[in-house]
Design a protein around this ligand. Structure first.
Ligand code: PMP
Length: 397
């Protein structure tokens, strides 16, 4: 029965990680997968997380199932983080949130929900976008289109082309936006551009789906939510896929959320019964531990403050590495201008390195970068900066 099955192509990002792990070169550098590293190259457990876990160990009374949508304390905390605690979406109960296994789980549930209830809709993603977006949506049979986003020549947002692209998208389709820290380019719209996009969305009548995987990695928790909050001033409906893998460092606990915002509380309640149905037939109910940690932190003033300061430290370290990378390349005599990297935000930047150069870095220096030239800036440290920049300077000669 299984004889005829052909091997699936390696995942472009996770496959790279496997190749890195198997590389025996002691000086290897991994700038592929989007995982935060500290100065020592480790992915630490945040102190706020450890403290929350200590409390949970004492408090936890059962391992019985959660409900399909997850724990109430988590679901309300997620909404406060998304919208701000006194937003009318919360006071009027216009949103419903389900805990999902990671941001990917949220996207997958959203995809099934869209396929079932908006069967004619095409979903539009930015060009470029996170490598898994297309696959997740295609796996439920959705049509996936792409809209213009990145100006590769100027290493910036091609806002005119973006507006022109979105103006072609008809009412009833779905458009995915990266809430902040666009993956893979690190290029986000400005507040004024978000405003224009929101107006356009309202005029065209497409449904926005915000993929929000990096809240707090750009400017801060509030400013990073500005895009989706601006949209909500102009459009009554939205889907939001949150991930807490990065901002809580809870990668392997699989903590995310799918939030549906509707015009009325009644509609939100009704639509949510269908979201829960997608969950029931998919994984039935979510795992508890990660969401209990997030809820413990978000619902406690001291833990919240500690988490926010640790998040700030991660954000600042990434910003510093961006500048150091640009300056070190310049000091090595690289004439190509990389200064755009210090203006971008989040974990990633499109370096502009070609697939051939990426392949050479891997072959000759054991430096692992995604084929598109996307660099996980969070993997840079003071220690790997010199060898990395020497290698890049060498291949750009
Ligand atoms: N969306 C984007 C844009 C991402 O970068 C990621 C993680 N790389 C996800 C979603 C998925 O997040 P998670 O690991 O929580 O499934």
């Amino acid at each position: 029965m299984f004889e005829h099955i052909q091997a699936a192509p390696a995942d472009p990002i996770l496959g790279l990680n496997d190749a890195y792990k198997n590389d025996t070169n002691p000086n290897k550098i991994n700038l592929g997968v989007g995982v935060y590293k500290d100065e020592q190259g480790n992915t630490p457990i945040l102190k706020a997380v450890k403290q929350a876990e200590e409390r949970l160990l004492v408090k936890e009374k059962t391992k019985s199932y959660l409900s399909m949508e997850g724990a109430p304390a988590y679901r309300t905390a997620v909404q406060k983080l998304l919208f701000g605690s006194d937003h009318n979406i919360i006071t009027k109960q216009l949103a419903q949130t389900a805990h999902t296994p990671g941001g990917t789980g949220a996207l997958r549930v959203a995809a099934e929900f869209i396929k079932k209830h908006l069967p004619e809709a095409t979903i539009w993603v930015s060009n470029p976008t996170w490598a898994n977006h297309q696959s997740v949506f295609q796996s439920v049979g959705l049509e996936v289109g792409s809209y213009a986003y990145y100006d590769a020549k100027n290493k910036s947002l091609d806002f005119e082309a973006l507006l022109a692209s979105l103006s072609q998208i008809p009412e009833g389709d779905v458009v995915l936006f990266h809430g902040c820290c666009h993956n893979p380019t690190g290029v986000d719209p400005t507040p004024e551009q978000w405003y224009q996009l929101a107006k356009l969305c309202s005029k065209q009548g497409f449904l926005p789906l915000f993929d929000f995987a990096y809240q707090g990695f750009g400017q801060n928790l509030t400013d990073d939510a500005q895009g989706l909050r601006t949209f909500l001033e102009h459009v009554p409906e939205m889907l939001i896929a949150s991930s807490f893998s990065k901002n809580f460092g809870l990668y392997n606990e699989r903590v995310g959320a799918l939030t549906i915002v509707c015009d009325t509380a009644e509609q939100a309640e009704t639509a949510f019964t269908q979201v829960k149905r997608c969950i029931r037939t998919n994984y039935s109910n979510p795992p508890s531990h990660g969401s209990a940690i997030v809820a413990e932190i978000l619902n406690d003033a001291d833990l919240y403050a500690l988490w926010e300061s640790e998040l700030k430290d991660m954000r600042i370290r990434i910003h510093e590495m961006r500048s150091l990378f640009v300056n070190t390349l310049r000091a090595k005599g690289v004439s190509q201008d990389f200064s755009f990297i210090s203006q971008q935000q989040g974990m990633f930047s499109f370096s502009g390195l070609t697939p051939d150069q990426v392949a050479q870095l891997r072959k000759d220096y054991s430096i692992y970068i995604v084929g598109s030239g996307r660099i996980s800036v969070a993997g840079l440290t003071h220690d790997n900066m010199e060898p990395l920049c020497n290698a890049i300077a060498e291949i750009l000669k």
